[in-house]
Structures are given as C-alpha cells and as structure tokens.
Design a protein around this ligand. Structure first.
Ligand SMILES: [Zn+2]
Ligand SMILES: [Zn+2]
Ligand SMILES: [Zn+2]
Length: 181
C-alpha cells in the first residue's frame, strides 16, 4: 500500500478524519489497514494524514482520511482488533486554536494579535514562560463577559473540558453532518 501524506484538510463533505489510538508502534500501518478492511470494503481509499505518540509508552495515534461512508461504518464499530487486542477508532475533530492568542478559528500563522495570551493563566506572556500557579481560560473569560470572578473560567485554555472547546466541537459536528449529503 502506498502511504500518501496530504497537507490540506478535506473541506468537502465526502470525506472525514479518523483516529486510531494507542496502537503499539511496532504494528505497521499496512496491518492496521488490513484489519480495517475486514469491516469496510471501501477502506482501500484511506489515506494517512499523520501520526503522533499515543498516551501510553511506545504507542502511536494514527490519523487517517476516509470517505464519509467508511467513516460512518467505522465510527459505529468503535474498536478494531489488532493482534488480539482492541483499539479505539473514532472521528478526529479538527479544531483550530491559536497557540498565540488562544482564540478558536485561526492558527498562530494567521493571528493578528501582537501580545500573546497564556494558555494556562491568560496572562500577557507565552504559555511556555508561564509561572502561574493557577489556571484561567481567556476564551471563557470573554464568554463570561470579562468577569474575573466567574469560577467557570478557572481552567487552562487547552483543557478538553473547556466549554468554549466543547462548543467548537458541536459546531464542527454540525458543519460535517454527513446526513446532509
Ligand atoms: Zn490568535
Ligand atoms: Zn501564564
Ligand atoms: Zn475555557
């Protein structure tokens, strides 16, 4: 199988992005592909987007582009067996968040801000220079009408439970509602 790496993200509704998590790094992508083929006969058109280290030692998360039909099939299966173990397969949400100002919808490259906002404490410094002992989310702060005392802002802007992040996921899901096809 030829493994192609494409830089652009799919904008059309005919394809989506899948992630298979915490697969042992020793398992080659060809073997993962064969395992997927058992469940979806159209999976020949899967493309590898990228891979990154899993949350367990010596594992890889594989991010694949797939046709919407295959994506729907695989999301229902939820897990695929590889060497007598099951691995979680799910839709990968591509949410853009700026690492400079922490806002959603653009990346650092396209950011118009001159002063950084820290992802940890919302201070005017870059996240890596943070010395703060508390977390404060700049996005929730804006949503909460700049109310410093609202406890629902007390988390990192990178927290996956951030209400602003969850809203972005809902918007993303709506924008990629395959049933509209
Ligand atoms: Zn920005
Ligand atoms: Zn900070
Ligand atoms: Zn937040």
């Amino acid at each position: 199988m030829k493994i192609s790496l494409q830089k652009s993200w799919p904008n059309n509704w005919e394809s989506g992005i899948l992630i298979i998590k915490n697969v042992p790094a020793s398992i080659p992508i060809e073997e993962i592909h064969s395992a997927i083929q058992v469940f979806s006969k159209n999976s020949g058109s899967l493309k590898v987007r990228f891979q990154f280290p899993g949350s367990k030692p010596d594992t890889t998360n594989w991010v694949l582009e797939s046709p919407a039909t295959v994506l729907t099939e695989l999301i229902h299966i939820k897990k695929i067996p590889l060497r007598w173990n099951m691995y979680q397969i799910s839709e990968f949400y591509h949410i853009k968040r700026c690492n400079f100002c922490q806002a959603y919808g653009h990346t650092t490259k396209n950011c118009h801000h001159n002063i950084p906002s820290c992802a940890t404490c919302a201070g005017y410094h870059s996240t890596k220079d943070c010395l703060s002992e508390y977390c404060f989310c700049v996005n929730c702060y804006s949503t909460n009408n700049l109310d410093h005392n609202n406890p629902s802002s007390y988390h990192s802007a990178r927290d996956k439970r951030c209400p602003c992040y969850l809203t972005e996921i809902e918007l993303y899901k709506k924008s990629r509602d395959y049933s509209h096809n």
